[in-house]
Design a protein around this ligand. Structure first.
Ligand code: ARG
Length: 719
């Protein structure tokens, strides 16, 4: 039964782009796609969606903090995004005395808003196809060297194009290097915290509910963008004034029905929908499971400290959430890739491609060559995961690894003082940030466990012999946990990185002898040098070969599908996805509703629990059914969340969910567990985007936060 189910309901093949799949480039919404949007219910013109020279919805959408999306919702630069996107800033503004993570925060006037150093938003100004220019620059680069050289080439071209403009330019690679588009952005760096619900709303359900539907998380936070008095981007200053947007989204409190049109604008970070069967296999066999097990070990050690003391919690919460988010994702992704036979699906796609490519010599042996690139790399893939997710999973060692730039600068002859000074300035700033977030106890335990796991799990022939020999000589048997614990203790007691005076002395007059003697540094480079010197070339070869081969594959796919609507993989450029509000059946005999309500919060509520506690004031509001104009008529309750079929991924977090008339109905914040293979294969029946209902957002602001000032700033549509 199960088997039949998955065959009947799963269509993962990219040869048949089906309903709701697709993250469309905003400027390239073709007639076909637009017509399909209208058919699904859209009431806007194409120009209202995106216009190169007139104001359109795209002007209300920003790239938030470099990894999320946010939308402008008032004429005074107010933005909505997810709680988990504002999390770092909320944590940074918090202290044990003013614990905004725990208690929430509501600015009752602009004076009360809190500056968020380091946070910025970027507006997209312009998009240009620069394929010819890029192709001209890379025409003499051997195909296998492109992977290594392209990022530098694009960065140089971008910097040159932006020179003197005050804008930022980034050139993106599309269809695996078969097209290049140049994006111009304007960055605003004075962004202030305006409001956030308590974590027991903004992160209700924690990691247990993360990536799951049904869901009861109020995942939103509120910021405001400021500009200088003369209307330009400017760093924080008390004299700055609220940003005046070209467009902002009105907010609809009419509510959603099953089947309603919805679309989502945002900055999806990355997908790999054209991944080959070989790539999926490496992911399933090695990359995902070991990433998950190493994260699991680190997370447990962090949680132990977070539970001990609220100060530890504030310090570690943001990093913990980041690691935990993809720990669960990768685990679920592996399960779904296996369950839906994605390797087989990809093999079928590859066979169909080979049939099409027959008689076209440029594609001869394409998949045989891809296979051999994977075969050559496979023996070292686990080692690399143990470096990136293991050894570098110790924040101390990751910081220490950053000292390599200084080390290299110090070794240069003749002396390049400018380079050394530049490196010192960068390290001083990084050191301050590092110390702020550094929880010594959890990090020390992490260092002990990852050095042990590296020893037990990685092929003996690949170990850094010098490190383990020295470890044995100084601390005894490599089989005992104690050895690693004592070693970690020694590192933390002796490293200059954690010793104020030693660090100050070193950084004011750095020298290689002191640096090389530092135990944190020498440990980090033992592992990194061992990998780079002995296995780095396999990794470079693997990347070079697969880049060239995948590019060729995609070139063929584009040719084969000429005339069909086709979207490129996500790469943190602005996209539109569209679909419907829609319930689903996750498995035989089970139907999931398209909304979750406050009633469900009460069902999940566990007083005092780490994940399922709820604020007393919310319980009170529920008891009194004090819902005001935000009540949902159909359920006579507050709708907390709803789901849509829109195609999104990480980076879309905070994205506006917009109705047929261009009004905000919710904020996208998650994907569902049953479709966690979505980065590689979109599932047309099971894929859902989880959104916080904007009526819940407004209800919390007004009734729980008492911040009527924020509500008054919005344009609220009741019909
Ligand atoms: N899964 C969400 C996303 O990737 C993030 C949710 C954060 N919450 C958490 N419990 N870690 O957008």
């Amino acid at each position: 039964m199960k088997k039949i189910f998955s065959i009947l309901f799963i269509s993962l093949s990219f040869f048949s782009v089906k309903a709701d799949e697709g993250m469309w480039l905003v400027q390239l919404i073709g007639e076909k796609t637009y017509a399909d949007m209208v058919k699904k219910g859209l009431k806007l013109t194409k120009e209202q969606l995106y216009s190169a020279n007139k104001n359109s919805i795209k002007d209300a959408i920003v790239l938030f903090g470099g990894g999320c999306t946010a939308e402008i919702v008032s004429k005074e630069g107010l933005v909505f995004t997810n709680h988990h996107c504002g999390y770092g800033s909320i944590a940074a503004a918090s202290s044990v005395a003013h614990n905004y993570l725990q208690d929430g925060f509501w600015a009752k006037s602009k004076q009360e808003e809190i500056a968020s150093p380091g946070l910025s938003v970027q507006f997209l100004l312009n998009i240009e196809d620069v394929s010819d220019k890029v192709n001209e620059k890379i025409k003499d680069v051997p195909a296998n060297e492109l992977a290594a050289k392209l990022p530098g080439i694009l960065a140089t071209m971008s910097a040159k194009a932006a020179e003197g403009s005050g804008y930022e330019i980034r050139i993106g690679s599309f269809f695996k290097g078969n097209q290049f588009l140049q994006f111009t952005y304007q960055r605003y760096t004075d962004v202030r915290l305006v409001g956030a619900p308590p974590e027991s709303i903004g992160k209700f359900g924690g990691d247990t509910d993360n990536w799951e539907w049904p869901r009861h998380t109020g995942d939103f936070s509120i910021f405001r963008v400021y500009m200088s008095k003369d209307g330009k981007p400017a760093d924080y200053s008390a004299d700055n004034i609220p940003y005046v947007p070209k467009h902002f989204l009105p907010v609809s409190i009419k509510g959603v029905k099953d089947g309603d049109f919805s679309m989502i604008y945002g900055y999806p970070g990355g997908t790999n929908r054209y991944e080959t069967s070989y790539g999926v296999k490496l992911k399933i066999d090695i990359e995902n499971p070991f990433t998950v097990s190493l994260r699991d070990a680190r997370l447990k050690l962090m949680m132990t400290e977070m539970l001990k003391d609220p100060a530890n919690k504030i310090q570690l919460a943001s990093y913990y959430a980041q690691v935990a988010n993809y720990w669960k994702f990768f685990d679920g992704e592996t399960k779904q890739l296996i369950k839906y036979n994605v390797i087989e699906q990809k093999q079928k796609d590859e066979a169909a491609f080979e049939a099409w490519a027959k008689g076209k010599p440029e594609y001869d042996n394409l998949f045989a060559n891809i296979k051999s690139a994977y075969d050559n790399w496979r023996p070292y893939a686990k080692h690399r995961v143990y470096i990136t997710e293991g050894i570098m999973g110790s924040p101390l060692l990751a910081f220490a690894a950053g000292l390599r730039t200084l080390d290299a600068a110090l070794k240069e002859s003749p002396v390049n003082q400018e380079k050394i000074n530049k490196s010192i300035v960068a390290l001083k700033a990084a050191h301050g940030r590092f110390l702020n977030d550094e929880n010594v106890t959890s990090d020390r335990n992490i260092l002990a466990i990852v050095t042990k796991l590296f020893y037990t799990d990685i092929d003996a022939s690949q170990r850094p012999q010098n490190f383990y020999t020295a470890l044995k000589n100084t601390h005894g048997s490599l089989e005992k946990d104690e050895t690693y614990e004592n070693f970690a203790k020694q590192v933390f007691e002796n490293t200059m990185i954690l010793n104020k005076d030693k660090w100050a002395a070193f950084i004011s007059k750095p020298d290689t002898a002191t640096l090389h003697k530092d135990l944190a540094y020498s440990t980090a480079i033992s592992f990194l040098n061992n990998f780079n010197d002995n296995y780095g070339k396999y990794f470079t070869d693997f990347n070079g070969a697969t880049y060239a081969l995948n590019k060729k594959y995609l070139k063929g796919v584009l040719e084969m599908k000429k005339g069909k609507a086709i979207y490129p993989d996500a790469n943190q450029t602005m996209r539109i996805s569209y679909g419907n509000v829609k319930s689903y059946s996750p498995k035989d005999g089970v139907n999931y509703n398209y909304v979750c309500t406050l009633n469900g919060v009460m069902e999940k509520y566990i007083p005092g629990d780490y994940e399922f506690d709820a604020p007393a004031k919310l319980i009170e509001l529920i008891k009194n059914k004090d819902y005001g104009q935000y009540v949902d008529k159909a359920t006579n309750d507050i709708v907390v969340t709803f789901i849509t079929t829109d195609d999104i991924t990480g980076g879309n977090s905070g994205s506006p969910v917009i109705n047929a008339k261009g009004e905000l109905i919710g904020l996208a914040f998650d994907g569902n567990y049953e479709a966690l293979s979505h980065k590689i294969a979109f599932d047309k029946n099971l894929n859902r985007t989880i959104c916080v209902d904007v009526r819940f957002v407004l209800f919390i602001i007004e009734k729980l936060g008492g911040a009527k000032n924020i509500i008054d700033e919005l344009v609220i549509m009741k019909n």
